[in-house]
Design a protein around this ligand. Sequence first.
Ligand SMILES: Cc1ncc(COP(=O)(O)O)c(C=O)c1O
Length: 551
Amino acid sequence: MDDEIPDWLVTGATHVWRPYCQMKTAPPPLPVARTHGARIVLTDGRELVDGIASWWTACHGYNHPHILGAVEEQLRRAPHIMFGGLAQSPAYRLAERLAQLLPGDLAHVFLAESGSVSVEIALKMAIQYWINQGVAGRTRFVSFRGAYHGDTLAAMTICDPEEGMHALFAGVMPAQHVVNLPRDSADELALDNLLSSRASEIAALIVEPSVQGAGGMIFHDYGVLARLRKLADRHNVLLIFDEIFTGFGRTGPMFVCAAAGVTPDIITLSKALTGGTLPLSATIASARIFDAFWSDNPNAALMHGPTFMGNPLACAAANASLDLFETGTWADNVTRIERGLKRELHACRNLPGVVDVRIKGAIGVVELGQRVDADRLCAQFVDEGVWIRPMGRVIYLTPASSLTTTSWECLRRQSQRFCDVGPGRPKTRLRPVTAQGGHSRSGVPGWCRKYDKASIHSIGGRAPGGRRCRHGTAVMVDEAPFALLLHEYVGRCDGRVGEMLDAGHESGRVHHHHVGIGHFNLRRFGGTEDGAPTCHDGLAAEQGRPAGMNA
Ligand SMILES: Cc1ncc(COP(=O)(O)O)c(C=O)c1O
């Protein structure tokens, strides 16, 4: 095992702004060296079984040779060419294949680079559909509680306003109608009434069919989709399915719409479209939609065209991924995973704190009664050799369908730990080397302890560890699972780091310290009368941060 933290992480971490992340307090990211199968190999040599397939994208596992080969070949031929006025076979073949796979007359494929953008395009198509028909004022949408459709501005408005991570942006964009899914006759009637009174301003309904993913992994049955189709038809509004999460076999069938026998007017796909290798999305419209844009009038054209639209590399990857789907083995694999998830996760029902366990296809969800301390639990899972990132109140598994028995075994063993999140449970699994605590050099008893290197690696602060933990010394602050690893700083600062932290803590000015790679944040207690800046300056310089960081 290589203990060194890579230089690129040390220097780059000051500059990289990470997703969904409070940069100040989040534990540092784990540096990845490579991937294979369902596994992520870290730069220190540890291997993690990926339980979530990189946000549900890597459906065939990582580095599938068939996809790699197709991308390599296309890379030599033409990595990218603009889509305006030029055509290339990977994109045109992909469009034809998607049209053949999808039900009904969903046959008109608009390619883009991300799920959120494909949703934006779907919304734009729906609005312009009405404009092109000469119908004014149909600019709003109906979406559903629990929904997540992406992070771009318009996509945010159709996410669940409370659960959808975008509450801060309320009021920035026009509000949409976010209502209950018509699971029962009462909610069906409520939606019917809404559409009766407001249809003249509504362009479309949009739903993640069968599973609302990032909004909480909430399931519904196909009957809901049939009801939506019926109501959309009754009130003459369009129906959009966002199958970015559910498409390509995640729930069992290749596409929910085909399995449910409900064809939307527009569908969005992304995530597993390229087998999780390259960014690509598709917004696919039915003939009814496309025909409304088919005109001698240039203003009736869809005014959209991302620079990397139809990128040949991404399309080559998607075609190769579809080849793999054509072999059909994925379906048996998903069934096998579903069986395994049912067997293992159902046992979690009896664990304290669990309110629900649900499984659909290659999706396994354990829902708790309270929000999960995601960072802490994630660190525990990493300790055990798996990559699982809980979200809100749910811990979920969405592994690659190609998961091997050995990898499955690793994930399986973790399922019983899904509830190890309640208050009072051990936050970390540290193994102090010195039983009495207290570090001889900093002389701060209680919260400054010496740990063995393996322990330091096993806590959330592993990333700052690496190169600085050679002396096996960590400072735990407020028992947070982060380590301030002293290493030569102890010598250089002559024990002052510990004193500074202690002083700050006692004065109530230090609530939480997080020391990450390139993020040696001593701001809270910096600039104290005790001359701490000497030490800060040294650290700041080493970490590549401006010396004024401690001001
Ligand atoms: C159903 C659904 N729609 C849209 C998106 C947004 O996709 P992207 O993150 O590629 O923008 C996601 C991403 O999780 C999703 O699950």
